[in-house]
Write a protein that binds this ligand. Structure first.
Ligand code: AMP
Length: 415
């Protein structure tokens, strides 16, 4: 089956076309046909379209809305210029898989989208006011372009973390706030944590219930997950993706009293403080320079910039604290796994995080660490390290495509 994977944001659409099916999944023989991103939808959009094995095509065009973007993608995929020989008409797309950010407590697995499911996703808008509406737009746009008959699946960022026990997902707030408003930890990046945990057990040739790892998704957004016997039992993001690790522009954990304090001192509304915590904090807030880890490392190295160095240090220190906390929460783990743009590529950040964890039995292998970048996967610790460390590039789109196939074929999902 050719699956179109869509990740629709407020003004962007990311997509991949992936050929997969039940047997291909079993053989790990799925094939990416194309990928791309359309940004600045609503104005002169910036379009990148990239068929596998060909040069990426970049252009701009005025695009009114998500529907126009989806139309453009499918028109391109079917055209001669794309060079995708297995997609010649709309009928060659057999199903669509959507990344949906928030599934609340209702969606514990990926599901085929019905009107009722769509209402369920709408019910979660409260919890993800920026993301779920954009995801819904993507679903309705795809229905309009492909017709309601084409199966569409929703794959939720929160679903993998629905196995958290109540002691991990409840905040120490009045319990009725959970009852009334479902205020609790949901966690995000679930598809990524799930994917790398799955790849880890493939690499080690072990069973799901032998998988005891801490997964670290370190990209522009960052989160950690404690995975015990294959299940997520704790994770660092909370009700929203603001909690936990230091991120590109997000603060992560802080004393909640700070919000009111900033509001009073700076004359800001609660909404404005929330924006400050989401958009002007984290790496960019500390450094005053950039949210881009690569640039921060370069600034620290080449210009000895104190705040750039501090931003990197605080970032790594927070990750280390979470590793320690999760090792305690899960009675020890076999490995930590790095993924995301920073986790997959930064030899230096991985070394800084692991430095100081020798007492836990984590012995980083310098050569192995230096070799794992630009999409390579593998172990980066010594063979005799008691706690192993791995780099596993994430592939959320592949998992979305596979879940879509499983939903369409009615086979159980492997979580
Ligand atoms: P993501 O959101 O997963 O695309 O990750 C984006 C982050 O990864 C940005 O902070 C980038 O600076 C960072 N990144 C990508 N490549 C490298 C690299 N070679 N070294 C350090 N950070 C990197």
């Amino acid at each position: 089956m050719n699956i179109l994977v869509l990740n629709c944001g407020s003004s962007s659409v990311k997509f991949q076309l992936i050929a997969t099916d039940v047997e291909l999944i079993a053989q790990n023989a799925d094939r990416r046909l194309a990928r791309g991103v359309i940004e600045r939808i609503g104005g002169e959009a910036i379009i990148t379209l990239h068929a596998e094995g060909r040069e990426a095509q970049r252009s701009t065009a005025p695009l009114r809305d998500t529907r126009a973007a989806v139309e453009l993608i499918i028109r391109w995929a079917c055209s001669e210029t794309s060079g995708i020989d297995t997609v010649k008409s709309v009928a060659d797309v057999h199903a669509i898989g959507h990344r949906v950010v928030h599934g609340g407590e209702r969606f514990t697995h990926s599901v085929l989208i019905t009107d009722e499911v769509l209402r369920g996703i709408e019910d979660c808008i409260d919890l993800a006011p920026l993301h779920n509406p954009a995801n819904i737009k993507g679903i309705t746009a795809a229905r309009e372009v492909f017709g309601v008959g084409l199966p569409q699946a929703a794959v939720f960022d929160t679903a993998f973390h629905q196995t958290l026990p109540d002691r991990a997902y409840l905040y120490a707030l009045p319990y009725q706030l959970y009852r009334r408003h479902r205020i609790r930890r949901y966690g995000f990046h679930g598809t990524s944590h799930r994917y790398v945990a799955y790849r880890y057990r493939q690499l080690r040739n072990i069973a799901r219930d032998e998988t005891n790892v801490i997964t670290l998704h370190l990209g522009n957004g960052c989160s950690a997950a404690a995975i015990r016997r294959g299940d997520s039992i704790d994770t660092s993001m909370g009700l929203t993706p603001l909690e936990g690790l230091v991120m590109g522009t997000r603060s992560g954990d802080l004393d909640p009293a700070i919000i009111d304090f900033i509001a009073a001192k700076e004359g800001l509304s609660a909404q404005e403080v929330e924006t400050l915590l989401n958009k002007q904090s984290g790496l960019i807030g500390i450094s005053g320079l950039t949210n881009d880890m690569r640039e921060l490392l370069a600034e620290a190295r080449e210009h000895d910039d104190r705040r750039a160095r501090l931003a990197v240090e605080i970032f790594c220190y927070r990750v280390r604290k979470y590793i320690g906390a999760y090792l305690a929460a899960m009675n020890g783990a076999d490995a930590i796994i790095f993924t995301g743009g920073i986790g997959e590529n930064s030899v230096e950040v991985r070394a800084l995080i692991c430095d100081g964890l020798q007492w836990l039995g984590l012995e980083l292998d310098e050569e192995r660490n230096a070799a794992q970048r630009e999409g390579r996967e593998g172990i980066i610790s010594h063979d005799n390290s008691r706690l192993a460390a791995y780099v596993i590039p994430t592939d959320e789109e592949l998992l979305i495509a596979r879940d879509t196939v499983r939903c369409v074929r009615g086979v159980p999902q492997r979580f």
